[in-house]
Design a protein around this ligand. Structure first.
Ligand SMILES: [Zn+2]
Length: 313
């Protein structure tokens, strides 16, 4: 099944050095948990590995004002830790990790647009979907998926890009950046009411937001995908699918109260693949967002990656 099909796995050792403290759930071990399951499942041997480059100022500027990027660079500590918000901190490695996380998405888009890979997964941290145009929050510094989307639109000339966000938290940063942008359709599910308490009040027409109540699981998620996401995506005809891939809606993840299973992450990827094939030559680029129960994170991410890599058949 894999044949000539190439799927990229993009990460960087700098992403392991960003550390917000011993008890912070957004921890370096998250990336090792995914690596472990890639080995255990043998899926890892089918992936082409790449090191994430640093995002350039030009790439960041498509999403974040220059003043904001400068402020982040100026705040980055030479030693110790500095807090950007109560949940989000920088150590001396965080700036490079954040630039790599954004750069991974840019490289992933370049690879799929040049046909050097069919799909790509970016195993990066810090995550990005809470980062607004000019505000870091919720463990996020730069909005990695938004930077990848704008790169696809502005550097590669695509006209329609979809962002799929199945993290348990609403991607308020991504919505802040793209609301009203007719070139982007964002489809998401998230627990509501829950942090960051957004996404339900009069969303823009290009936002397909499906709030789920605490306790909702596979059935409600799959219903949302079938009834809300797929029809909207069919109408939109995206030339590229980008995923904000957070795995914190998993039943074992106590960050929140949804009850998704490992299999849901493979299933949703399967559902979206035909859309990518019909309108975007199969191009799918996925970036890690949340997921804090390490075992569930590793297993769920591998279910998703397996479908991205065409290894499920
Ligand atoms: Zn999350």
């Amino acid at each position: 099944m894999a044949g000539q099909f190439r799927s990229a796995y993009i990460t960087h050792p700098d992403c392991l050095k960003h550390d917000m403290g011993a008890h912070h759930p957004e921890q370096p071990a998250r990336l090792s948990a995914i690596e472990d399951q890639l080995i255990a499942s043998s899926v890892g041997q089918h992936l082409e590995r790449y090191e994430a480059p640093l995002a350039s100022d030009e790439q960041l500027a498509r999403v974040h004002p220059a003043d904001y990027v400068r402020a982040i660079r100026d705040l980055a500590p030479g030693e110790g830790t500095v807090h950007l918000d109560p949940d989000t901190a920088m150590n001396p490695w965080s700036l490079r990790a954040a630039l790599r996380a954004a750069g991974a998405g840019v490289l992933a888009v370049d690879l799929v647009m040049k046909g050097e890979a069919g799909t790509a997964f970016c195993a990066v941290r810090p995550p990005g979907h809470h980062a607004c145009r000019a505000r870091a929050m919720g463990f996020c510094i730069f909005n990695n998926v938004a930077i990848a989307a704008r790169h696809a639109l502005d550097a590669h000339g695509l006209e329609r890009v979809a962002v799929i966000d199945f993290d348990v938290h609403h991607g308020n940063g991504t919505e802040d950046i793209f609301e009203g942008d007719a070139r982007v359709l964002m489809a998401s599910t998230f627990q509501h009411p829950f942090y960051p308490y957004s996404g339900t009040e009069d969303p823009a027409g290009n936002m397909v937001n499906v709030p789920l109540a605490a306790g909702a699981g596979s059935r409600e998620f799959r219903e949302a995908v079938r009834e809300a996401w797929l029809p909207a995506l069919e109408r939109f005809r995206p030339q590229l699918l980008l995923f904000s891939a957070g795995f914190d809606a998993h039943v074992e993840d106590d960050m929140a109260m949804l009850r998704f299973t490992d299999a849901d992450y493979g299933w949703v990827t399967e559902q979206l693949k035909p859309i990518a094939e019909r309108y975007g030559e199969g191009r799918m680029v996925s970036l890690l967002e949340g997921g804090y129960a390490l075992s569930a994170l590793g297993r769920s991410a591998v279910q998703h990656i397996k479908v991205l890599a065409g290894l499920n058949a």
